[in-house]
Design a protein around this ligand. Structure first.
Ligand code: XUL
Ligand code: CO
Length: 435
């Protein structure tokens, strides 16, 4: 350990399902083979720097509750202590990846140039630390929603100088991600939306966002970044309405601006719920379009309706998410990022470790349940059976015909539509055998 913060905590080991040790993995066994692949390589866990190290416990009604050795966070000296503690935690958890925003890792400077030089110094520091470890960068991103300059958006800001600041910021974050060998670059548009339509030219803002995303892709190719560009949908919060509302909306926007072959989606459980969907809905929509990139795993409090970013703790929900991920072939450059934070009363270093250990175990159980369902094949068989009618030559030919010929066939009485059970309860019972 380089810092005293985690000093009393030993590296977390897999001890099996019967272990009573709260800081042991009971299900996450990185080397265990699931559907022919190591569990670690399926799940590709990442720790989110912002929730675990930058967030200080504030909520809308109260300020900081956490007291950490890296506070206050407005200086380079504490940014280095924060990095030390972060890498200590990575050593303890042994997860393969982490993710950051620029604003999580470096203090804001008085000028753009000073912020950049702070970022560069921390990326140097990360590079040194990564050289002697197996930890890798799943993705980097720019925080273009916290500072007051972003209050009316970044690429969709009515002020072209803010658009320029956003472009320069993303360039520096893509450079840093590329330098660290990041496997993806994420854009979540927290304030790319509006507070009121009374002051918003929605069409113009969308065109600016489309051009901005094209610049991101152009720059990716210019610097030879081989990772995937990911857009992260969310319907609202902090903005009243966000343009990247949900997977389907993002896909429409990406197609409109000619980016469907270049950009994929980073889907978050809590954002799916905010949009009125299930997580597996969002995953299935993206997978159907070949745009499933990565996931932010967390959960919301289903009573409050806010994006509470809690650690996942529901195996059946997680299992259905991984079922759709495995069905679509699993992650390539993507992974499972814990975009999740402690509750503000969970003050201790042990709370932070336990939160991740529990979340990794829940995901491991979900993955194993999903793999068992795939290997058993029950859902796939039921699906094939339900759509079997479309396997006949007549049904297939109909899709290449037109309304008039279909009408003639229907009028001649040559069809026999018969309602059939959707078997929902039987299928739900089936899933419950595995979770
Ligand atoms: C906010 C959110 C972000 C993105 C990255 O709701 O999910 O942390 O994941 O900017
Ligand atoms: Co997220």
């Amino acid at each position: 350990m380089t810092q005293p913060f985690f000093a009393d905590i030993a590296p977390v080991q897999y001890e099996g399902p019967d272990s009573a040790n709260p800081l042991a993995y009971r299900h996450y066994n990185p080397d265990e083979i699931v559907m022919g692949k190591r569990m670690e390589d399926h799940l590709r866990f990442a720790v989110a720097y912002w929730h675990s190290f930058a967030w200080e416990g504030q909520d809308p009604f109260g300020g900081q509750t956490f007291v950490r050795p890296w506070h206050p966070q407005d200086r380079m000296e504490t940014a280095r202590i924060k990095a030390d503690a972060a890498f200590d935690m990575f050593d303890i958890l042994g997860q393969p990846y982490f993710c950051w925003h620029d604003a999580d890792v470096r203090p804001e400077g008085d000028t753009f140039a000073e912020s950049l030089s702070n970022l560069t110094a921390i990326i140097d520091y990360f590079e040194e630390k990564m050289a002697s470890r197996k930890i890798k960068l799943l993705w980097g991103t720019a925080n273009m929603f916290s500072h007051r300059r972003w209050m009316a958006g970044a690429s969709t800001n009515p002020d072209p100088d803010v658009f320029a600041y956003a472009a320069a910021t993303v360039k520096t974050c893509m450079d840093a991600t590329h330098r660290l060998g990041g496997e993806n670059y994420v854009l979540w548009g927290g304030r790319e939306g509006y507070e009121t339509l009374l002051n918003t030219d929605l069409g113009q803002e969308l065109d600016h966002m489309g051009r901005f995303l094209n610049m991101v892709v152009e720059y990716k190719h210019k610097i030879g970044f081989k990772g995937t560009i990911l857009v992260e949908p969310k319907p609202q919060e902090p903005s009243k309405h966000q343009y990247d509302f949900d997977a389907a909306t993002c896909i429409g926007i990406l197609r409109k601006y000619g980016l469907e072959g270049e950009v994929k989606l980073n889907l978050e459980q809590g954002h799916a719920i905010l949009a009125g969907h299930s997580f597996e809905h969002e995953i299935a929509v993206a997978a159907a379009e070949g745009m499933l990139g990565s996931i932010d795993m967390n959960r919301n409090d289903y009573q409050s309706g806010w994006d509470t970013d809690q650690f996942p703790n529901n195996v059946p929900e997680v299992a259905l998410a991984y079922y759709h991920i495995l069905k679509s072939g699993g992650f390539t450059t993507g992974g499972t990022n814990f975009d999740a934070k402690l509750r503000r009363q969970s003050l201790d270093a042990a709370d932070l470790i336990a939160a991740h250990v529990g979340a990794m175990d829940i995901c491991a159980r979900g993955l194993k349940a999903a793999a068992a369902m795939i290997e058993d094949g029950g859902l796939e068989t039921a699906l094939k059976d339900r759509y079997a009618g479309w396997e006949t030559p007549a049904a297939r030919a109909m899709l290449d015909s037109d309304f008039d010929s279909i009408f003639d066939r229907v009028l001649s009485g040559d069809i026999a539509p018969e309602p059939r059970s959707g078997r929902q309860e039987i299928l739900e019972n089936y899933v419950n055998r595995f979770v």
